[in-house]
Design a protein around this ligand. Sequence first.
Ligand code: KG4
Ligand code: ZN
Length: 353
Amino acid sequence: MENLTADWLDKLDQGLVLAIESSCDDTAAAVLRGNKVLSNIAASQEIHAKYGGVVPELASREHQKHIVPVVRAALEAASVSPEDLRAIAYTRGPGLLGSLLVGASFAKSMALALQLPLLEVHHMHAHILSLFIDDEANVGGIPELPFLCLTVSGGHTQLVVVRSPIDLEVIGQTRDDAAGEAFDKLAKLMGLPYPGGPLLDQLAQKGNPERFAGVFPHPKVEGLDFSFSGLKTAVRYFLQAETRKNEHFIEEHLADLSAAIQATIVGILMQRVAQAVAQTGIERVALAGGVSANSELRNTLQEMALRNGWAVHIPSFAYCTDNAAMIGMAGQFLHASGRMGSFASAPLARMPF
Ligand code: KG4
Ligand code: ZN
């Protein structure tokens, strides 16, 4: 049988790529040799927590402060000097325009100075392509092509058919909030600080999802699309009604509420995955994006895969949330395909998939 994945991995040589990611609130840089990560550095921005969400203008300024030391640290950690590089990959979009501009301008200046080609990476492709990184911590190893990927981040929720590293098709997506956004907004309704997703995950591990089973609805959306706005409204009304009866309701039931909310979100996602497998006949399923760090999502997908005989692939925690290694991986595939970027390209807040 032909092995498309092996063909693609064969196309990667030993060339070194520096990657820069600055689409949201992490300034990150990495160095990759082929699909091996030599360094993966990030400076995250604590400043947004007190505002309950990312403040775009502050994010851009933080990126400007961090970009030089982060890139230097990535080169040093990889024991690589700029002259050893063969190309510079950066996130062109989607993301916050001001944040993207910092990474794009830096990548272009450095590439110009070193006379290197640029590689323009789509952030959502990169989340998926993190699955091709050669790292034992990636669950299930490198996937065979084609495979299905549920990409769940703070800004996107997509079901994607991955035919090759440069041929990806969205077959389902959210009509309103992204899964990570739903986690964060629901956590905020319960008074948890931003970003609430990881905290809700931790609290849920101590809770009983059955305590509020059936209270939170699944959306009625046709096809393979997702919707989380109805869940948000249902949780808001439920919490308002219960707090009127008992003002300590939320704090007294925080773990059980977290477990029920998490189980509902994971249930909504998994139902669509099962449907996508049935519809496409592709029995290889992967997760990607920040929410793929969620313990319940990881466990549920692995249990479903075991029951149904699917292959399952989940990135190491290091490559779930935003990172530059995934940008480097996507950049290596663009380079191997001869798809170099242009110095005239502007960053894109919204970027066609
Ligand atoms: O991919 P990512 O780092 O950034 C975007 O591209 O958006 O995803 C960030 C999202 C946030 O909404 C965050 O709350 C969520 O991923 N997240 C989690 C967990 N870890 C990160 N959500 C639920 N459980 C987690 N363990
Ligand atoms: Zn992301």
